[in-house]
Ligand binder design. Structure first.
Ligand SMILES: Nc1ncnc2c1ncn2[C@@H]1O[C@H](COP(=O)(O)OP(=O)(O)O)[C@@H](O)[C@H]1O
Ligand SMILES: [Mg+2]
Length: 502
């Protein structure tokens, strides 16, 4: 790609970008949210026509007017949000739009199934062609998208943030799949802002910042710190600076909690834990060991079967979420789009979501839009939410800025306890640093933070104490200073649990 510029009105999303990718390599595109990565790849895939610039494939200039031209030239793209028909099977999705027919227009499903199976096997995708999309995991759906591109003859595969939606296990698998693909001569362009994954999977990395190309580097020759500072344009510290914890009295007391999951099985099993003022208590654990149910129980979103939750010595067990918020417990939920925001409300409306019924935001049952706007503009400024527009729909903001809306709302409620679940999932390093700063600030103000994260690095960097959850119970609590990855990993896998004989 030579000199690619893409403007949307006055805004320049790509500014004279050059990108060279060689056959058989994994090439990472790195940049913060909004840097212009997806736009550049949409240009390559023919979804956008560049304002200026040229594209050469195997030395030939090609005008990629639409995705059909891209596909014809061996370029395939897997978007961040999958585009599959939920009620169709895998094979039906893969052949959609290019069905081969037998006589009388009957689709040759046997042939298609066989072809899909062959490709799946060749690249180690392990996809079952007969299952329906709605019945398979997100990780599997992603592989179906990859298969779909390969079935159409893709030699260059563009993956837009493929790991954002995956579990650590699935991430390892997709990295392996990428290796299988390049071994067989395919070329991969992977958009990501996860430095660790670039180190694990990519040969080259091109860094884009605010629409401009910063550099293309050989991944072997740079550190994660180098990549991070090229990405955000300043030094980024991975080490979180914090002074020693000044720990006070117990503020949240969980005693013998039993909470059931959606299948009506016990997910939290007689769990007890104390959270103290002035500390960040991290809960380390593999996804699915009761973390989500625990948070939902504490915050009133899911019934607690037995046991008690006390906040400031007051019993808040099974109060409504609204009552619990009033008792000054705030929550940064795991799923920011489903639970943290109303996507079709404005930024301003989302900011007052927990206070809309109070003065000065409403009186006598009517919203006071002027006051709401004043207040939210103040927070937008303070929390650096971009764009600076309280009337913008939350849906239209990047993930990092959506998270800032939630932070702004929850922290401005002046909570005693802040529960932060996966607070930095899917965010880039700049935004991560920002979220961490606010969590530590809460702690230093003498509040308490309960941090739930699947990222061990995050838990180890931020926490003062680390509780390990396994199978719905806390199996051990360590002082963060003495905790290392190996010990935590062992405990998280159930290594510390004694075999009880009944
Ligand atoms: N269709 C569009 N119309 C207007 N602006 C857009 C459009 N697509 C992207 N942008 C803007 O271009 C910038 C780069 O977006 P994008 O390429 O999606 O970033 P990235 O993938 O690096 O996060 C963002 O500021 C975004 O708001
Ligand atoms: Mg993008």
């Amino acid at each position: 790609m030579k000199n690619i510029t893409k403007k949307f009105g006055d805004f320049t999303a790509n500014d004279s970008i050059d990108l060279t990718v060689h056959k058989g390599e994994v090439h990472a595109l790195l940049g913060e949210n909004g840097a212009g990565k997806t736009t550049l790849m949409n240009v390559l895939y023919g979804l956008y026509e560049p304002t200026f610039g040229e594209i050469y494939i195997n030395g030939n200039r090609i005008e990629i007017k639409n995705p059909n031209v891209a596909i014809k030239n061996g370029i395939g793209m897997v978007h961040q949000h999958f585009m599959l028909v939920e009620t169709f099977t895998v094979v039906e999705n893969i052949i959609l739009g290019m069905e081969t027919t037998k006589s009388m227009g009957i689709i040759d499903m046997k042939k298609a199934t066989k072809e899909v199976e062959e490709i799946s096997k060749k690249y180690g995708l392990h996809v079952d062609p007969h299952v329906k999309i709605q019945d398979i995991s997100v990780g599997m759906q992603q592989r179906v998208e990859i298969l779909k591109a390969l079935y159409r003859g893709a030699d260059v595969l563009i993956l837009d943030e493929p790991t954002a939606v995956l579990t650590p296990q699935e991430i390892e698998e997709i990295i392996q799949i990428m290796k299988n693909l390049t071994k067989q001569g395919k070329t991969i362009i992977i958009i990501t802002h996860k430095l660790k994954e670039i180190k694990q999977s990519a040969d080259y990395c091109t860094i884009i910042r605010r629409g401009k190309k910063i550099d293309t580097v050989k991944v072997d020759e740079v550190t994660e710190e180098d990549l991070a500072s090229m990405m955000v344009g300043r030094e980024v510290s991975f080490k979180v600076d914090k002074k020693d914890a000044d720990v006070g009295e117990t503020i949240l007391n969980l005693d013998n909690l039993v909470i059931k999951d959606n299948r009506n099985l016990k997910a939290v099993k007689e769990l007890s834990l104390e959270l103290k003022r002035g500390e960040i208590l991290g809960i380390a654990g593999v996804d699915g060991n009761g973390q989500s149910e625990l948070i939902e129980g504490i915050t009133g979103l899911r019934p607690i079967e037995s046991g008690t939750v006390k906040l400031n010595n007051e019993n808040i067990t099974n109060l409504t979420p609204k009552e619990i918020i009033e008792k000054r417990l705030s929550n940064i939920p795991e799923d920011r789009q489903k639970r943290g925001l109303v996507l079709d409300f404005t930024v301003g409306e989302n900011i007052i979501l927990e206070n809309y019924h109070k003065e000065p935001f409403s009186s006598k049952g009517r919203l006071n839009h002027k006051k709401i706007s004043e207040y939210s503009k103040e927070l937008i400024e303070k929390f650096d939410i971009r764009p600076r527009n309280d009337k913008q729909m939350a849906r239209n903001l990047s993930g990092g800025n959506q998270q800032k809306i939630i932070l702004a709302r929850e922290i401005s409620n002046n909570p005693d306890v802040l529960i932060a679940a996966q607070p930095t999932r899917g965010l880039d390093v700049g935004a991560i640093e920002y979220v961490h700063k606010y969590l530590i600030e809460q702690r230093d103000k003498g509040k308490a933070v309960l941090l739930i994260s699947f990222e061990l690095d995050e838990i180890m960097n931020l926490s003062d104490r680390i509780a390990v959850i396994f199978d719905g119970k806390i199996v051990d609590i360590l002082d963060a200073k003495n905790a290392d990855e190996k010990t935590l990993g062992y405990l998280m896998a159930g290594g510390g649990v004694k075999n009880e004989t009944k």
